[in-house]
Design a protein around this ligand. Sequence first.
Ligand code: LMR
Length: 394
Amino acid sequence: MFRHIEAFAGDPILTLNEQFVADPRPAKINLSIGVYLNDEQRIPLMGAVAAAEKQLAQSFHPHPYLPMAGSPAYREQSRKLVFGGANAERIATIQTLGGSGALKVGADFLKAWFPQARVWVSDPTWDNHKGIFGGAGFEVKTYPYYSPATHGVAFDAMLDQLRGLPAGDVVVLHACCHNPTGADLNPQQWRELALVVQERSLLPFFDIAYQGFGGGIEEDAFAIRHFAEQNIPLLVASSYSKNFAIYGERCGALHVTCKDAGETAKVLGQLQSAVRKNYSSPPGYGARVIGAVLQDAQLRAQWEQELTAMRVRMKHIRSALHAELQARLPGGDFEYLRIQQGMFSFTGLPVEQIRKLRDEHGVYLIDSGRMCLAALSNAGVAPVAQAMVQVMTE
Ligand code: LMR
């Protein structure tokens, strides 16, 4: 029956992570998957999360099905976190299985109602964008994004490409901390991009998986809020995996901004329909925890403080690795570590050097050259720099 089934080629991120786990070398270092580790190399249990879990454990609660759209309190808090307080009646929000679930439900919704659209993703982008939108039946194309020369955004080339697109095409945008490059648009560039999107009647689909890891909770939502203020219809996939360190609970949300309350109700209904066809309804536990933190002033303040500490640590690791590399290879260009922000930087190392790093030094980066700085400890800075310099110079 299954003889014709082809072997899975593996996922460039998740399969590599499994290889890392199976690697017996004690000094191995995993900078591949986008997971934040503390200096003890553990996924932190945030204090605010632990406190909310303790409160929940003390009160009896059964495990009913959640509604198709998810927990109402979680949905409200999620909308506020991304959009601020504005326009509640014009935003259809559902709880989803992480950011990936939000992208998938959003993609199914778009395919049902905009079947002719094409989907444009940045070059490069998170590998699974192509998988999710392609899997939903879309033709997926790329727009220029990264400039190796400046380690920043190739903004003019990006705008030129987007200016030529037909109305109704979907443009996937990383709201902050671009994955995999760490190169973001500045506020002025977002404003210019909003004008082009509006002129061309494009449909932006923002992915915000790292809110709070770039400039701060409010700063990282700038692009989405600005587009929404211009009354540009848009979708947002948001995730709590990273900023709550709650990866395995699969907590995210999908938001669609609409014209009025009537349109919002219809869109919400169709999102519910897409959820029902995928997995019926989302799981309850993580949403309860996040809802409890975001609704309680004290826990929320604690969470924000802990999130700030994570952001500061990532910046510190960036500077430390930059200094270490510069000291070991003064002629090298490691400025990208300081320019880029969030969990990731794009090293620009060719794939042969990435493989050598992995095979000969036990330092895991994904083949594109993306490095997850959020997983690097202070103790790991010197060995990683030493390995990088060795593969770059031999
Ligand atoms: C990543 O980019 O490494 C993370 O978002 C994990 C994933 O699902 O790929």
